[in-house]
Structures are given as structure tokens and as C-alpha cells.
Design a binder for this molecule. Structure first.
Ligand code: SF4
Length: 332
């Protein structure tokens, strides 16, 4: 059972009868309090960032409200081609992919959902690139399609409160929104469990794959590496972000805090090695890689990082992964 504090009526930027955003969505159901006339709405969800940070949550939430969530397709080389045509060249790869996923949905749905994810762990921060995402979407790629947004700032108020406000924006009855929140939290819990654990391969070397959730679960970025590891009979377990309890550390970036905590608690018996998957132009990772590497060195756990950009070549990845795994086999 989720305990939800009454939301601050003044907190939402889009609440209030004079609000332009809600009028633009649909004047009819904006003004009919407590109705669900938006139930046939198709809500587009870009398969990037918040889709993986809160796995399963958004589809379950919108479905429970009687809407039709439509998620963009998994990333492929075509997504990357599209991204290179429409996105800012200086963006990190996930941000470019986000733009392409958003573009895929524009014109095919009634609204696209782009939350402003400011913090996912209490007293910690998300990457600053998440802050302007809804505004950038409205100003550029999603122009002409409504952008539905909420602020997720767990440092200020729980996620459930943000979802309650989202239901209110969609003019859904409070009871129905509360029920959708409960169901969507259960869906997220189940999705987290499913995402992290591979089927155990008896006697196989076991590695921990670390990285941002939208990096290690993206088909284009992580797919070739996971395929290669599988073809070599290596078991890769993906780091889980299911537990939202902040670890006691000086690292205030949410993802980095979780990764650092996970590495800090590892022992040589847990895994044969750690593979970090990172992307070109990630400011956060560029600050953290040396810390992770030193931590693993102190624990005598083999560590490698693989950097992916839009020119990902399977052969380049294969060579590095093979060299790393083979060097460990020779060591044994
Ligand atoms: S943390 Fe890195 S990969 Fe993620 S959005 Fe920020 S810069 Fe991009």
C-alpha cells in the first residue's frame, strides 16, 4: 500500500484553470472534473532514459488509466542513422537515441510523454541533461505533438506524488490514479527482477556488467556486447537499480552512487570480472571511470570499460571482449 501525501496544489507548473498547456491538450476533458474521457488517448513513450530507469512503470500506469501506451521500437542502426540526422552532434549517444525515439512517435500518437527526471534517489541528482528534455522536445522534435510531462524530483517528493499529479493533469479520478500507481509499482518491481538476472550457465565464468540503465539495456549499445559474451559461454549479470536506497558515499549522481556502492560491496568470489559499458561524451562516466577502476584494482577484481559511439563496429567490440576474457582464462 502506498502512502501518498496530499500534493501541493501550487507545485505543478501546469495546474490551474488558466493553464495553456492543458487547454492545448483537450479543452473538453480538461474542464470536466473527474471524468476519464481521455481514456482512448495514445501516449507515446520514447524507449530511452526514463523508460529504463523506471522499467515497466509507464506502460502499466497509462494502461491502468485506460489509455494506450505506445513505446518506440528497440534501437537499431536505423535509429542511430535517424539520430545522426536530427540530433545535436555534441550530445551523448543516449541523448541522440532519445531524439530518434521521440521522432519515431511524433505524428503517430496523441501525446508524447517526456518527464523531467531531476532526481531518482533522495538527496541525489540525475544527469543535468535530463532537466531540459521536455522543453527541448516541445521546442524541436515534438513540435506539433503535445508533450505530456511531470517533474520527478525524489529529493523533494516521492515518485508516487509525481504520478498522482500526472493523473490529475490527465483529469483522472484520484481513486483510479491511486490504483494505477499501485499496479505500476508492482509492474516495475517485476520488470526489475526480470531485467537483471540471466539464466545461470553452470560452471561458466560470471561477469558483472555495469553502466547507466538505459545504456546496458539498449539494444544498439549493449546488444553486440551481450551477444559476444553469450557466444563465448560467459555469463553476464546486469547491475540492478531496483533498490532506491541511497548508499552512503560522497557521489551524488544517482547512477554513479548505485554503481559505486555495488562495486564497493563486491568480492573476488562474486564475479570473475567487471565490464563497464560507457558511451562517448558521457560527462558522468568520464569522471567516474578512474574511481571504479581503482576500486576494482584494490579488490583484485579484473575490470575493463568498453566505450560505444554511433560508429559501433562489432569487430572492434569482439576483439576487446575476446582479449579481456582470454587474458583472464590464461591467468587461471
Ligand atoms: S549520464 Fe552520461 S550517458 Fe547519461 S545522459 Fe548524462 S551524459 Fe548522457
Amino acid at each position: 500500500m502506498i502512502m501518498i501525501k496530499r500534493p501541493d496544489e501550487s507545485a505543478g507548473a501546469y495546474t490551474g484553470t488558466g493553464n495553456k498547456f492543458l487547454r492545448n491538450i483537450s479543452p473538453e476533458w480538461m474542464w470536466k472534473s473527474g471524468t476519464s474521457s481521455c481514456s482512448s488517448l495514445r501516449i507515446g513513450i520514447p524507449r530511452m532514459f526514463f523508460y529504463y530507469i523506471y522499467p515497466g512503470l509507464w506502460e502499466a500506469f497509462f494502461s491502468e488509466l485506460g489509455m494506450k501506451p505506445i513505446v518506440s521500437r528497440p534501437s537499431t542502426t536505423k535509429t542511430v542513422e535517424k539520430a545522426s540526422q536530427i540530433s545535436e552532434t555534441e550530445h551523448c549517444l543516449p541523448n541522440k537515441l532519445f531524439d530518434a525515439h521521440l521522432a519515431e512517435l511524433v505524428g503517430k500518437v496523441d501525446m508524447v510523454f517526456v518527464p523531467r527526471v531531476l532526481s531518482t534517489i533522495k538527496n541525489h541528482l540525475s544527469c543535468p541533461k535530463f532537466g531540459p528534455l521536455p522543453d527541448a522536445a516541445r521546442a524541436d522534435i515534438a513540435r506539433g505533438t503535445e508533450v505530456l510531462s511531470i517533474d520527478i524530483d525524489v529529493s523533494r517528493s516521492p515518485l508516487a506524488e509525481a504520478l498522482l499529479l500526472l493523473g490529475k493533469k490527465l483529469n483522472i479520478q484520484k481513486g483510479k490514479t491511486l490504483s494505477a500507481i499501485n499496479s505500476s509499482f508492482s509492474a516495475m518491481e517485476a520488470a526489475h527482477k526480470k531485467m537483471a538476472r540471466p539464466d545461470r550457465i553452470k560452471g561458466a565464468p560470471r561477469f558483472l556488467l555495469i553502466g547507466h540503465p538505459y545504456v546496458i539495456h539498449d539494444n544498439f549499445i549493449a546488444g553486440p556486447i551481450l551477444n559476444k559474451l553469450e557466444s563465448m559461454g560467459v555469463e553476464a549479470e546486469l547491475i540492478s537499480f531496483a533498490d532506491n536506497t541511497p548508499a552512503k558515499s560522497y557521489i551524488l549522481w544517482s547512477t554513479a552512487n548505485k554503481i559505486y556502492h555495488e562495486l564497493n560491496t563486491l568480492s573476488r568470489e562474486d564475479y570473475d570480472g567487471v565490464i563497464q559499458l560507457t558511451v562517448f561524451n558521457c560527462g558522468c562516466d568520464s569522471m567516474m571511470i578512474d574511481t571504479y577502476r581503482q576500486l576494482m584494482k584494490d579488490k583484485n577484481i579484473p575490470y575493463i570499460y568498453l566505450m560505444v559511439d554511433e560508429h559501433l563496429a562489432q569487430s572492434g567490440i569482439d576483439t576487446r571482449v575476446e582479449a579481456f576474457i582470454d587474458s583472464l582464462r590464461w591467468r587461471q
